[in-house]
Structure formats: structure tokens, C-alpha cells
Design a protein around this ligand. Structure first.
Ligand code: ASP
Length: 346
């Protein structure tokens, strides 16, 4: 067995559930029992692990921002380990991976978030492969990824770029706007040039206050009062999931609702409903009206990244102007800005 030590924070999710009739349910201690029976766990490439089980084990639909903070602090408190694996339900895994990427400031070790679509206890489970890949990466003796990444079905994705794109496929996650950090085939290949360098400073996790943020998906015929209602106090910020490159209905009531809210300091970030590509509020009248009303572009951020980033910024008590500014900056590799030196837009 490898001499590396990996701390496994088991939060719940399908991976460790047991079948009860026609449904799956989390059972305390059950995952540990299954792991102890896996012969692969003593292989040379597998690090020594300690599994810490959350009480209670959660379906990830029940995960809240205070759980993100709890997981981040748990990692902070176990700095004597070489790497971390977070076992999590798939439904909100991309939110947790994004949130952790912002919360774990000064991260120097791998934090690999994974889970499965089928429990480890079932014959056709994808849990074994996901778990083994995650442990191998988190405990690798030479290549250290100082990032929060999401491992699923042979793809290692930057956590804040991942999104769940399949409800029932084993290839449940994609990173539509950033290439994978690694891929599993006969070998596990890591693409070093896509992995971020560690940021300076010691690991720290800020204490976060309660935050009021929301996401709203636009739809044809949306009435302005829907926006007015959502943007009411105490809302601090919203992610507006707009059409295409960031368009909204040109009904003057829509822009008016946004103008009124941004004047009060509400931060409105425009993301796209499309899976791929970036927001450009200057392309159409339907988008520039949003910018004129004080909304800002989320560029190619996923909604999960935009939501959790805003949560983290407001949670630290930052003023709306500062939040706005930071939302348009690349903090953890979550966003591709139009002036990215790696690209030329002709
Ligand atoms: N409902 C489960 C969860 O997110 C689904 C899964 O883990 O795949 O916790």
C-alpha cells in the first residue's frame, strides 16, 4: 500500500446507500463495511484511508451552504493528510465542488469529490471505479493537484466547471467550457498544463454569514412581476439564466425590475441557459438592456459556480460593489474572460 494518507469525508449519496425494497437509503456504517471487504483497497497504488462519516448521512438534495462550510472546515482540521476525497450524492455534487473551490483558500492538496449513480453494494455499480480513481489521484505520490476536482466515470473535472448533465447515465458529469484535468483509460492521465498552480498562503476557511441569493431561469412570456418578486429585499444577488449569449425579453418591465434592484445594491449576474459558450451582453439589444440596467455578465461560468461564488463573496460581508467586481474576475479558474491570453477572438 502507498505511504500516502487520504482523508475520506463521506457525506452521503447513492454511493453508500443500501436497497430497501424498491428504494435506496443511507445506512450508517454500511459503506465502511463494504470497503473493508474490497480486496482492491490494499493495492499498492491505494493510499491509506480514514473514513469520516457525516451524521446524518444526507441525500445531496438536502445539502445546504452550512454543510459546505462544515466539509471545508473538516478538511481544514485534517491538514496532516496528503489528500482528500469527498463522497457525495450526485444531485448537488457540482454545487459542493464549486463551493469548496472558493471556500478552501490557499489549498495545496487535492480535494477530489466523487460519488456514484448506483450504490457500491449493487452488481452494476459505478462506485468502485469512481472511488478507486479518486483515491489514486488524491493519494498520488508525485502529482499533487492543488484544486478541488470532481471525478466521475473516468473524467477528472475542475470542480467549479462541472455540471450534472445526465440523470441516469453513468457519464453523469461534464465540464462544458473547460477541458478535463484528467482522463481514465488503461492509465489515469493527468493534463498538467490544465491544472492550476497553488495559490500562496496557508489554507483558510472564512466564516460565512447567512446569505440571500437565488437563481432564476427566464422563459418566454415571463412576467416582469416574477422578477420584481424574486428581487425583493432581503435578496442580495441573483443568477439570471438568460437565453443564448445573455438575452432577455425586451419588455421594458424586465429591465425596470433589474434597474430598480441593482440601484438598491442587488447583484444580478447573467449566465446562459445553454450548456456551452459564453455570455456577451453587447451582442443584441435584448442583452444590452440587461447591462444598461446594471446586470453583469457571468461569461462562461456554470450556474453552480456563479451561485456558490456569490454565496461565498456575500457570506464574507463584502459590499455589493466588491462582489460585483469579484464576480467578473477569475478567482479559481471558474471563468474564461474575453481577454484570456490563451485566446484570440477575431
Ligand atoms: N439523490 C442522490 C443524491 O444526490 C443521487 C446520487 O447520489 O446519485 O444524494
Amino acid at each position: 500500500m502507498s505511504s500516502k494518507r487520504v482523508y475520506v469525508a463521506y457525506t452521503g449519496g447513492t454511493i453508500g446507500m443500501r436497497r430497501k425494497g424498491s428504494v435506496y437509503e443511507p445506512v450508517p456504517g454500511y459503506l465502511d463495511e463494504l470497503l473493508s471487504r474490497m480486496p482492491e483497497m490494499v493495492a499498492e497504488t491505494i493510499p491509506e484511508i480514514e473514513v469520516a462519516e457525516s451524521v446524518p448521512l444526507l441525500d445531496s438534495s438536502d445539502i445546504t451552504p452550512s454543510d459546505w462550510e462544515r466539509i471545508a472546515r473538516d478538511i481544514l482540521d485534517h491538514q496532516d493528510y496528503d489528500g482528500f476525497v469527498v463522497l457525495h450524492g450526485t444531485d448537488t455534487m457540482a454545487y459542493t465542488a464549486s463551493a469548496l473551490s472558493f471556500m478552501l483558500e490557499g489549498l495545496s492538496r487535492p480535494v477530489i469529490v466523487t460519488g456514484s449513480q448506483i450504490p457500491l453494494s449493487e452488481p452494476r455499480s459505478d462506485a468502485r471505479d469512481n472511488l478507486i480513481d479518486a483515491l489514486t489521484i488524491a493519494g498520488h505520490p508525485e502529482v499533487v493537484i492543488p484544486e478541488v476536482a470532481l471525478l466521475f466515470n473516468g473524467l477528472l473535472l475542475r470542480g467549479n466547471r462541472a455540471t450534472k448533465t445526465s440523470a441516469d447515465g453513468l457519464d453523469a458529469f461534464e465540464s462544458p467550457n473547460y477541458r478535463p484535468l484528467g482522463r481514465g483509460g488503461i492509465h489515469l492521465t493527468l493534463y498538467k498544463n490544465r491544472i492550476r498552480n497553488r495559490l500562496p498562503g496557508e489554507l483558510r476557511v472564512a466564516k460565512l454569514d447567512t446569505v440571500h441569493v437565488a437563481a432564476l431561469r427566464l422563459f418566454p412570456g415571463i412576467e416582469p412581476r416574477v422578477l420584481t418578486e424574486v428581487l425583493r429585499e432581503p435578496m442580495q444577488g441573483i443568477v439570471l439564466e438568460a437565453f443564448g449569449v445573455g438575452n432577455a425579453p425586451t419588455h421594458p418591465g424586465i429591465a425596470a425590475a433589474i434597474r430598480e434592484a441593482t440601484a438598491r445594491g442587488v447583484v444580478v449576474v447573467v449566465c446562459t441557459q445553454c450548456l456551452r459558450g459564453s455570455v456577451n451582453l453587447g451582442a443584441y439589444v435584448a442583452g444590452s438592456a440587461l447591462a444598461d440596467a446594471g446586470a453583469i455578465a457571468g461569461h462562461d461560468m456554470t450556474v453552480e459556480a456563479a451561485m456558490t461564488k456569490m454565496y461565498w463573496l456575500f457570506g464574507q460581508g463584502l459590499a455589493p460593489d466588491v462582489v460585483k467586481q469579484e464576480m467578473e474576475r477569475d478567482l479559481r479558474g471558474e471563468i474564461t474572460l474575453p481577454d484570456d491570453p490563451q485566446r484570440a477572438i477575431l
